[in-house]
Design a protein around this ligand. Structure first.
Ligand SMILES: [Zn+2]
Length: 234
């Protein structure tokens, strides 16, 4: 895959700098350590059911420590609800078994221009604060002879969004996955998102949004980028 050497160098450098900092020094800065979501080797030893039971117990402890009364009717079921939501929904993209199955089709129409699927709404969560990242993804590719169902582009975005994320990694994971599926370098991903850890806490900036992009192959050509931006803004 064509992640440029410069970005690989940057990963390595970032990793070295990170190791030399304490987490208080890192503070609220959202640092990005690599393409792969950092997972333990034994991440899937526990079943989903076992994970939900443990998370529910631990979340009940967090609520209890904060002084909430778990005997209250409104709060009693919260630990189980949170656990189920984490494993089955908002973090279900951590499990490779939940990756969408994608069938490719031959490009019968010989359409060889860029295809843009824009305004794919997604909900993710910031891995530094576990609060939502809400945004739109725009995905584009130029077929190398294979095409993919449009809804699958959407599903791939949702799969990678359903992990604790940083926006840069989300963008690159979608881009690299599409390059591999579509057997082409010519893939672009643009993500425009709001981070609740920025808008609702910390510096409380309610108007800023973060834009990240992944341009592979033909999309490194400034003309192609302009064309893509016209599709997206049109
Ligand atoms: Zn955050």
């Amino acid at each position: 895959m064509k992640l440029s050497e410069t970005s690989l160098d940057t990963f390595v450098e970032t990793e070295e700098i990170l190791k030399s900092l304490t987490h208080t020094e890192i503070g609220d800065d959202h640092l990005y350590t690599g393409l792969e979501t950092p997972m333990k080797e034994n991440a899937f030893v526990l079943s989903d059911q076992e994970k939900k039971e443990s998370i529910a117990q631990l979340f009940a402890q967090i609520m209890d420590i904060m002084g909430l009364d778990l005997n209250d009717d409104s709060l009693r079921g919260t630990p189980q609800r949170v656990a189920k939501m984490y494993i089955d929904e908002i973090f279900s993209g951590l499990n490779p078994e939940n990756k969408p199955k994608v069938a490719l089709f031959e490009n019968k129409y010989q359409y060889n221009q860029m295809l843009v699927e824009k305004n794919i709404t997604f909900y993710s969560n910031c891995e530094h604060h576990f609060v939502p990242i809400v945004g739109k993804a725009h995905v584009a590719y130029i077929s190398s002879g294979k095409v993919i169902g449009l809804s699958k582009l959407n599903r791939i975005v949702q799969y990678f969004a359903k992990r604790p994320q940083v926006q840069e990694r989300l963008t690159n994971q979608i881009g690299v996955e599409l390059q591999s599926l579509l057997e082409t370098e010519d893939v672009a991903v643009i993500i425009d998102a709001k981070h609740l850890c920025v808008s609702s806490r910390g510096i409380k900036d309610d108007t800023s949004a973060t834009v990240t992009s992944f341009y592979g192959g033909a999309f490194n050509d400034p003309q192609k980028i302009t064309e893509l931006q016209q599709y997206i803004s049109g």
